[in-house]
Design a protein around this ligand. Structure first.
Ligand code: FPP
Length: 242
């Protein structure tokens, strides 16, 4: 739920007229952040969750309408069992610990991707958060878990056909996991890689892309403000002329 007035938003150095409605983030670099400090990779993921808390809060406070986070890709299933276990533990901890504050702020949580692959305890924690926040009208927080963009598009096609429809672009969009969050306006990737990595392929068709070398645990509110300002300065033509 937006908390700040226009002038308060301007006080952060942001243009209140140019806040993206839908922001998507590939939160990369946790592992390297930890390794650089001689810490186990899990410590990087834990630091990543801490960074996340402030970004979600700030996005909600400035009136971003939807925030979609890449927490676990289908490819991440290839990671060592131990690291997957740590990520699952962090997910459970996150959903259980943060849910009350998110709920109080009107955040509506949904997962996208195939949750059934995860251990039951993860599924329960996520479903509980979804149910508890289902009727909230504030920030739509979509968390991609065991998610892949191509699989999502294929799945949308199958759903449309099962409904007896041969989908056009507008119809297909309504069958995507993020249907009510709309297209992505700004895609941020931390960690220095210049890739999209199968994230929201359909929804980023006209997104502005922002890449930074900052590793996710170091992605502070100021780093987020820099990304939002970069977005605010872009000229969006959606393929047309100005
Ligand atoms: C990429 O860093 C990050 C991940 C694979 C996991 C992202 C997960 C979190 C930030 C925490 C869990 C999320 C929630 C919603 C509680 P990497 O390990 O690929 O880093 P590297 O490229 O440096 O190895």
């Amino acid at each position: 739920m937006r908390k700040y007035t226009d002038s308060e938003i301007a006080g952060f150095g942001l243009n209140p007229e140019r806040i993206p409605a839908h922001v998507a983030i590939v939160m990369d670099g946790n592992g390297r952040w930890a390794t650089m400090r001689g810490l186990p990779r899990g410590a990087g993921h834990r630091a990543g969750v801490n960074a996340l808390r402030d970004i979600i809060r700030f996005a909600s406070d400035i009136g971003v309408q939807a925030l979609t986070l890449y927490a676990f890709s289908t490819e991440n299933r290839r990671r060592p069992k131990e690291e997957i276990g740590i990520l699952c533990g962090l997910l459970i901890e996150y959903f259980n610990r943060e849910i009350d504050e998110l709920h109080a702020n009107g955040v509506r949580i949904r997962s996208i991707g195939d949750l059934s692959w995860f251990p039951t305890a993860v599924q329960e924690a996520v479903r509980n958060a979804e149910q508890k926040t289902a009727n909230n009208a504030g920030l739509k927080l979509n968390i991609a878990l065991n998610y892949g963009g191509r699989a999502e598009i294929l799945h949308a096609f199958k759903l449309a056909y099962a409904d007896g429809r041969e989908p056009d672009e507008a119809t297909l969009s309504t069958y995507l996991d993020t249907a009510d969050s709309g297209d992505v306006d700004l895609l941020i990737r931390t960690g220095g890689e210049l890739r999209v990595s199968n994230f929201l392929l359909w929804q980023i068709a006209y997104a502005e892309l922002y890449f930074t070398d900052v590793k996710w645990p170091d992605f502070t509110r100021d780093a987020f403000i820099a990304a939002l300002n970069d977005f605010a300065g872009r000229e969006r033509r959606f393929g047309g002329l100005k």
